[in-house]
Design a protein around this ligand. Structure first.
Ligand code: GLC
Length: 720
């Protein structure tokens, strides 16, 4: 385990033994930040009665969409002083905030960070973020979001790590390590919150908050692995999701919150609900009233009620009437107090305002933004050459706010450059010809464009069509932008599309008219500079698609780790003996793991120390050791994301045609060769049954090592 929360049990028991029932229930109650100083006295009165355990530094359910409000550090310290010095047990408050992908320095949205396939860099940037937020009273971030998502129509796809459980697990672990550091009690650390447990990303139709239907077999093999990684990394908290799974709201489900989360995953921290999710159980039709909401949730294993007030209003009576045992309250309080001790709040309850190393953080943001960007197409146009005359068109030429993406509350827009500003720092007026952020390409512009050597189109989606309550029904690039591409194409100049997006868009009607396409994402504070670093070749693009790019919306859900059909219609892999659709090919525009570089790489055949092992030897720890040579065959140094996929050909359950089980991202100088080794043990070749048992079976396993999920570079190994 990454952290042993039970180490604090002695201190916890001492404190618990001194607490009244009301004071215990107060610890389970989280309320929003005061809207203004006029509320302070009322807050202090509650604190003096021990009725508040935590304050969320947000004033609405959609913190990620609202205009930002800075944190009032003095106010936080003032309320904390009341809790510690005037509260009945002197238990410090826990301050939580959605510090998802940055604080004042904003990093790429998590989906973009996933494209970097660079967990160490993601961890370092989470550490930067923790330093900035912890310096402003934040103890606890509601991150990482670990919702596996196969439907980019869902606005919150940007907050997760894409469609693959292994990539999400690697990145979730990196986030917990980065935010919590070696010790969550460190002054610069933030407690993490693995969310939204579990299955929220499977909302039907990509419609936010809608129902999900997830069989246990799918849950164990796709939706839970990232939570296992976060628990093993030592996350202090988990957040219960809004969604139901097959008729059971997660927030009131003992199966998910206790049997699986505590029993199967071994989680020892505490569970907080999502915003007012406890009271929503009435609308879900599983509780008649707020009393029922409180009873169901606390008995299911939900420890802290985020802002609904159901716990504060009803738990004392429920205990006194004998409807719930006081032990259920004690259990929740223990978990919360453990985490407060782990955060070091009893030793250091107050925030020491201090400056953060913003320059380093901004430099890190630029590096991560560049490593996240995915070069989807390049027919000899990029990188640009010095002296080229450039025409810069499109609605994102001067855009700044959208580059930060959704779910950033404390951004500092003064640090953000538009693409135009970043380019003006690079090239002189004689090179940067026409610049227009008009969406149209009008006749009066055509002549100027014709004089250019290359046309750059700044395209994308607004941050306001991504995030919570911001799903879309159509993934196509806006019609006006597709029209701009077509008109620019007609002028016959090399055409580069730069996509500032939060989610993968449907590429039909866009990519085919471009000579080059760079997916820049909502890449954070340093997006524009990172784009220029790539355009002029100072950074060699190395991002890889963390999620499939569909041709059109109608193909969703379309994901790479799909099981085979009995018929010959594995459309993802181009097999369409009978067409999946009569009106379009069902293969992806760009598959999972796809991305180009300015150089090229050649893969050697996979070498294996041995091709067969007995199941007993294997389960005893023997491994398959595979090596592969990757040569940089181009004229420029670069990083290659070498991906290893497994296909269990015959098993007692249907297994995906490909499953990412390992990756490495070596830097290889031009002309040089890297020899990479991959070791395959039980974690790579087994799977979970619908009972949650992890099993490894005999049989043949096809192992693919290549540049994306469609690689045919394969070797077959066997367990006997
Ligand atoms: C929101 C989100 C959740 C967030 C919480 C607090 O509704 O679902 O991700 O952490 O409320 O803002």
């Amino acid at each position: 385990m990454g952290y042993d929360y039970t180490q604090w049990d002695e201190e916890v028991e001492k404190l618990l033994s001194r607490m009244t029932l009301r004071e215990k229930i107060g610890q389970l109650n989280q309320i929003p930040e005061p809207k203004g100083r006029e509320q302070i006295e009322a807050y202090k009165e509650k604190l003096r009665r021990g009725e508040i355990g935590s304050i969320i530094l947000a004033s609405s359910a959609t913190a990620g969409n609202d205009q930002k409000r800075n944190i009032d550090i003095d106010l936080c310290n003032e309320l904390q002083r009341t809790a510690v010095e005037e509260g009945p047990c002197g238990i410090p408050l826990l301050y939580g905030r959605d510090v998802i992908h940055g604080h004042h320095t904003v990093f790429p949205v998590p989906l973009a960070q996933a494209a970097s396939f660079h967990p160490e860099l993601v961890e370092a940037c989470c550490r930067d973020t923790a330093r900035e937020a912890a310096a402003e009273s934040v103890h606890w971030t509601f991150a990482p979001m670990l919702d596996l998502c196969r439907d980019p129509r869902w606005g919150r796809v940007i907050e997760g790590w894409g469609e693959d459980p292994f990539l999400a697990s690697v990145m979730g672990r990196a986030c917990v390590r980065g935010f919590q550091g070696a010790d969550p009690a460190d002054e610069d650390s933030l407690l993490t919150c693995a969310k939204h447990y579990v299955g929220y990303g499977a909302s039907e139709g990509g419609r936010d908050y809608h129902r999900t239907e997830i069989a246990d077999y799918t849950l164990f093999n796709y939706y839970l692995p990232a939570f296992r990684a976060a628990v093993e990394a030592g996350t202090g908290t988990v957040m219960s999701a809004f969604n139901e799974i097959s008729g059971q709201p997660v927030t009131s489900s003992r199966k998910y919150l206790t049997d699986i989360l505590r029993g199967w995953l071994g989680f020892e921290g505490f569970v907080v609900s999502d915003w007012a999710a406890v009271q929503m159980l009435v609308r879900c039709g599983v509780a008649e009233d707020r009393v029922g909401c409180a009873k169901l949730s606390v008995l299911a294993g939900l420890d802290m009620d985020m802002v609904s007030g159901c716990y504060a209003e009803n738990l004392e009576d429920l205990v006194k009437k004998g409807e719930i045992p006081e032990e259920a309250i004690d259990l929740a309080v223990r978990r919360i107090l453990r985490v407060k001790w782990a955060k070091g709040l009893f030793e250091r309850p107050y925030c020491r305002p201090r400056a953060a190393a913003r320059k380093k953080h901004l430099d890190d943001a630029r590096v991560l933004a560049a490593e996240s960007m995915v070069l989807l197409k390049n027919e000899g146009v990029l990188p640009l050459k010095k002296g080229m005359k450039i025409a810069l068109l499109g609605p994102f030429v001067r855009e700044k706010r959208s580059l930060l993406g959704s779910w950033t509350l404390d951004y500092d827009l003064s640090d953000v450059k538009s693409l135009l500003e970043a380019m003006q720092e690079r090239v002189g007026k004689e090179e940067l010809g026409l610049c227009s952020d008009e969406t149209g390409l009008f006749d009066n512009m055509a002549e100027t464009v014709r004089q250019a050597d290359v046309v750059l189109l700044a395209l994308g989606e607004s941050w306001e069509t991504t995030g919570e309550r911001r799903s879309v029904s159509d993934l196509a690039l806006p019609a006006s932008q597709r029209e701009l591409i077509r008109r620019a194409r007609a002028l016959g100049k090399p055409l580069v599309g730069i996509f500032f997006c939060g989610r993968p868009l449907a590429m039909e009607g866009a990519a085919e008219f471009l000579d080059a396409a760079l997916y820049a994402w909502h890449g954070g504070t340093k997006t524009a500079e990172a784009v220029c670093d790539i355009l002029w070749g100072e950074a060699n693009p190395s991002g890889r698609a963390p999620m499939t790019f569909p041709r059109r919306t109608g193909h969703i859900p379309l994901y790479y780790n799909v099981t085979s059909s009995g018929n010959f219609v594995n459309g993802y892999y181009g097999e369409e003996v009978y067409p999946c659709y009569v009106d379009s090919p069902a293969s992806p525009a760009y598959p999972f793991g796809f991305g180009l570089s300015y150089t090229s790489f050649a893969y050697g055949e996979i070498q294996a120390e041995r091709l067969r092992l007995s199941l007993d030897e294997f389960l005893a720890g023997e491994e398959f050791r595979l090596t592969v040579e990757v040569k940089n065959t181009g004229d420029r140094d670069g990083k290659e994301t070498v991906q290893l996929y497994v296909h269990d050909r015959t098993a007692s359950r249907m297994r995906p045609l490909r499953e990412l089980k390992a990756f490495q991202k070596p830097f290889i100088r031009r002309g040089e060769t890297a020899e990479l080794t991959f070791c395959l043990g039980a974690p790579q070749l087994g799977f979970y049954t619908e009972q949650g048992s992890y099993i490894v079976e005999t049989g043949v396993f096809d192992i693919y090592i290549g540049e994306n999920c469609l690689t045919e570079n394969k070797i077959s190994i066997r367990l006997v």
